[in-house]
Design a protein around this ligand. Sequence first.
Ligand code: MN
Ligand code: MN
Length: 468
Amino acid sequence: MAEKKSSEGKKLQEKLFMKKEHAMKLISEAEVKKADKFCEDYKKFLDSSKTEREAVINTINLAEKNGFTEFIPGKALKAGDKIYYNNRGKAIILAIIGTEPIENGVRIAAAHIDSPRLDMKQCPLYEDNEIALFKTHYYGGIKKYQWTAIPLSLHGVIVKADGTKVSVCIGEDEKDPVFCVTDLLPHLASAQMERKASQIIKGEELNILIGSRPFLDDDVSEKVKLNILNILFEKYGITEADFLSAELEAVPAFKAKDIGFDRSMIGSYGQDDRVCAYTALQATLVCKKPKKTIVTVLADKEEIGSDGNTGLNSSYLKYFIYDLAKAFGADGWRVLTNSECLSADVNAAFDPTFPDVNERHNAAYINKGVVVTKYTGSRGKSGTSDASAEFMGDVRRLLDKNKVIWQTGELGKVDAGGGGTVAMYIANLDVNVIDVGVPVLSMHAPYEITSKLDVYMAYRAFLAFMEE
Ligand code: MN
Ligand code: MN
């Protein structure tokens, strides 16, 4: 009797309980291989796209190879046309015109291609005790102490007095020098270690070491600074004043690598949110003859609140969709009202070393698939777009139908902190939006970690959404 009862219970459990299993248990060996292969190109993209500008350049290259051409406002469009719009070299929109009327709405995937980093100040260069340094202003939410004593590379552009622009990328090639923020030796850090963690390294202490040999001439002062400027003049033809009109960003010089004996994970700088940018981009590139028009936007400035004309709090996405609508004689607002969006951004993965910040029933875990996040925000869901049950239901059915391994996630315990994504800015355009992305360990650290299976499931999720 007891045995029969337990098997009935088991049946009932099978029917009524929700399962959350490791993706390996749910997919075939062949699909695991596909995921691993997919991630090889992903790592290359990470290494060559460490800034929003580089991500845009690489996206355009891939898009053009796949038949996308630059959007020309006013030019007639038809189903199957593939276009891209480059917003100031720092954000990009790709679109594939669908077979359905555009009034039915478009399908938007929105990821961001900026990541936390150290930006050079406008007057960055100085010499102190015969050491040359750059002053920085950090960009995005970082634990400042994590950015000392690691190799940094320098990326960006400098606009010279005559208006010509030079691109900079030093520290990525094996033969290049790298740069570094110094930290105190533990022997002399007793006062420093008494500071609060947020102050262990202060903002004004994030100074980057760039040189230490003097220009040999007794007639001049600041000889090390002069020597550095001389090197820069010879290489780029720039003077100190040209830093005034430059955007130079210091990022970790590490390359993306497999993590673990089983090579199941990827460690790299900038996976928030290039992991969603890359997977959404790949889905867009392979998507064939979609019914709904596909709009994939890779935005800038998310890490500082999406403000600025390349961030999604600006109107460029709206204007682009209005332009598409106009090409078909439709109203832009009607297109937006009928549109749906996956806000493609990462979520925090449960970390067994720091279990207390998560509520285990609602945390996201690595290897359990792409994370669907109904709401983010903080202090009682402030600063988020809380997706409706109906739209969540649509996304749930879509992922299940396409056998995408997925889970839900919440960004930490209630009142543990919080954060936001671009979801609310797109929701403000009267679009149905939900956050979908990859769980990440050590998010916003110089070296972030994802699971290969989750990366692949994000790609599968975006493709399913586009091809439905
Ligand atoms: Mn993000
Ligand atoms: Mn972020």
